[in-house]
Design a protein around this ligand. Sequence first.
Ligand SMILES: Cc1cc2nc3c(=O)[nH]c(=O)nc-3n(C[C@H](O)[C@H](O)[C@H](O)COP(=O)(O)O)c2cc1C
Length: 328
Amino acid sequence: MSEYTRLKKPFFVLAPMDDVTDTVFRQVIADCAPPDLFFTEFVNVDGLMSVGRPNLLKKLRFAEKEGRVVAQLWGLNPDNFRAVASQIADGSLARELGLPDGINFSGVDLNMGCPAKSEVKNGACAALIKRESWPLAEQIILATQEGLANHLPLSVKTRVGFSEVDMEWFDFLLRFDLDMLTVHGRTRKQMSKVPANWDLIGQVRQKRDDLGAKTLIVGNGDVESRAHGEELARKHGLDGIMIGRGVFHDPFVFAEQSLWETYTKEQRIDLYRKHVALFAATWQAGERPVHTLNKFCKIYIQGFDGAKELREQLMAASDTTELLRILQ
Ligand SMILES: Cc1cc2nc3c(=O)[nH]c(=O)nc-3n(C[C@H](O)[C@H](O)[C@H](O)COP(=O)(O)O)c2cc1C
């Protein structure tokens, strides 16, 4: 029984979003209204097991106050999945990240859904959904399970097919006794262009029940609020709900009752100031360039008179000192 089974249902998860859901943004969300589980951005195990490791560790950074954080991995070499999973399971990776003894990741997730060309052309991420890739997908899952040695739960995040919907992909995945399976209700080909198909996500949950598997099923795609997620979980009998882009429209998206609509101009500016200050304190060695903050600006600096002009000023800033001065 994994720790996930103890979460109240439906539990809520912040979706991994590359270059967005780093430890800084997750800490801001944790202070607004925390989900039950966070995921890191996806990190490449082949890179982690190469000389490029120091550069990639920033994607795995997390803070104690975030609570449960799942490390999301992708790559091609099963041996590297085994090695990284083992470093996560025994806590040595968390120590390398500077976390105190006793603080560790809550689990490992395998990315089998990212549709980006750069990953897919090499046969990774969503390409693993293609039937000819199932032997590799199997090796990756088994190697990661070996590395984890039952010390931490293992999950997979995937889509409902590559070019076409392929529900047999889920018969395949449900064989592995995964602790959790996140289903994004679109194929790889659909990218994000069509609405997510929640009936298909419900069908995966039905398969889980029919097979008597213990895997928790998490639905993902276009969820706008906690109430919306609760309704979908009820309708399709799901264990959990993952929300990604919904957080761009409401940093309190995981709250029972979001405060965001009532947030004043001053409170919104204050929240962005907090984000920028934490960014400056966290990435002191320049691990993340200042312009990466621009994508967050619109989350906070909107919904009041003069927001557009203030955003333009903020986006032209060349360092965090200048940003903080403008936000003062
Ligand atoms: C900017 C961005 C980056 C993403 N990066 C990842 C990632 O690193 N790993 C992953 O599994 N999914 C990634 N996704 C997909 C999201 O986790 C999620 O599945 C998708 O956005 C659909 O959920 P939503 O409609 O709630 O946003 C990313 C999505 C976006 C928009």
